[in-house]
Write a protein that binds this ligand. Sequence first.
Ligand code: PMP
Length: 391
Amino acid sequence: MIDDQKIAYLDNAATMPMPDEVLEVIDMYYHAHKVNVHRGMYRLAHQVTEQYEAVRQATADFINAQDSSEIIFTSGTTDALNLVAFGYAEKQLQPDDEIIISVLEHHSNFIPWQRVAHKTGAKLKIVGLDDQQNLDMQQFSELLTEKTKLVAITLVSNVLGSIVDAKQIIEQTHHMGGVVVLDAAQAVGHLPLDVQKLDADFLAFSGHKMYGPTGVGVLYGKRNLLEQVAPLRFGGEMADEVDAQTATFQPLPLRLEAGTPNIAGVLGLGAAIQYLQKIGFTTIHQHEQQLLNQLYQGLRQIPAIKVYGPRSAAERQGVLSFNYGTIHAHDVATIIDTENVAVRAGHMCAEPLMQALGVSSVVRASVSYMNTTRDVEQLLAAMNQVGQILL
Ligand code: PMP
């Protein structure tokens, strides 16, 4: 809502709205149950700790992890990726090693690897796009060598919506002895994730991109790899025994969760998982594909509009980016905002991808299960206004 008017919210890739069942769980915690976890001896503290740990188990089940200790609660995808980069990769990599990322990556899965490469002397290699604007798998195979110790790749592009063949990348990387980190930020609210089927080594996502609250996220890691992740933060709850000069640490997962966690966030994440499971990814997928298709067909009616990424709705998840002739993306977004349509415009925290596409910015519409065909109609009608005003 803005100024009491309902907006067509099509910026779900930035953050998704929260359904009532998620809001109620958070509200209940703050209203009636606000105690700390893993500390108190009283019944309410035990009860909330049990609820908190039940979400860890639910998260493990949600992505089919083998064990709940493979789930580390973080503040989001960025935090999770930084934990792998500086708690694991920085300690493991040597000057002659190589890291592969792709031009599709969000800055959160780009800058940490630049830093790790800089600090360790490892080489950073970047996979580009093929002529269909998909990840160039041929180039990936060529870049991958026995020196590749780590591949960090997104599952779904936050700009193009294209789905990356993670299974293939993981198989090939494992064959060379490397480890794969998956950025699942744009996949988690749209696609079922199965870390065992993928054989993913690490996987990161955020609660707020799956109908949950901000400030909570997850790092999944295979148990043997998480054991090698050094804590980046030290303090309460992660310590076991502390004397004047030394400290020992808790086993996983608490070893990597120093300090009071985002309890309401984790409980909200649990409710968001239940929400996604209640609706089911098949229903979500069908609904979103219908909206994306409607959007794509509508935009195609306007000849000056150029859509980026896959042509068919089936090949993209949740996101559709475009430009309107030579009109700056910011101008498009500002004008359609006056028609109560919210989209994102800019470089989408993916400047290397913008360079690969040969643009400085795009307009991005992104859908969730909560959108309706009316939202898309509102966007399409507003786009016609843009043409009338600026062309
Ligand atoms: N990776 C991708 C692909 C994203 O779209 C985002 C969020 N836009 C992130 C990482 C970072 O997520 P967060 O800001 O929740 O840490």
